[in-house]
Design a protein around this ligand. Sequence first.
Ligand code: ARG
Length: 231
Amino acid sequence: SSGDEGKSGKSYTVATDNNFVPFEFLNEDTGEMEGFDMDLIRAVADEAGFEVEIESMKFDGVVAGMQSGRYDIGIAGMTITEERAETIDFSEPYYDAGLTIAVQESNSDIKSEDDLAGKKVGTRSGTTSEQYLKENHPDAEVVTFPGIVEAYMDLQAGRVDAVMYDVPNVKYYVNNDAKGELKTVGETLQGEQYGIAFPKDSELVDPANEALQTLIDNGTYDDIYEEWFGE
Ligand code: ARG
């Protein structure tokens, strides 16, 4: 589904998630998708000489959209996994992440993943956290939500005891949206790396990797990182 050939190069569709702070989220004032992933994919496109048209959707839609070839590129804090790599191509890793646990600030019961048995643990369906919980915490009651913000809200309201999700998203939410109400506990549970996704055998993988490497070498990657994760 690659688009028109304009004078500044081809245009490609980019599928992203609609709410995964600070990687992608809607700026209500401008109506534009913003975040680390958005800056990165725009910079990659600039460097590689193509245009992008960003469409936001549910995370599962990004994964499915790569498998069906409905979109040309997917970027959504998507962890590179062996299972996904069977049906999707990935760029080189662009971000080191992992999983962690959030609880209410006042919780003294759950100090690490060792305390999850018998607890209601929220996460988002179709993610590595859901898989991790199923594999490692059969005694926890896993509650899956269609979006992670709903999980955080249920945590704040006490309807679930904990939320497991990606470290950068949990930390960002805890430090901004839920300041003083939620905290993270324990260590990073599973190291993960995010990759830009493509339909299998996409001709965009190599140019995207080259552009990514250039952005790392020339400091652009660091500038984007600093903007979203700097102190
Ligand atoms: N990294 C995790 C995964 O790949 C969660 C990603 C969720 N991303 C998102 N944009 N909601 O399963």
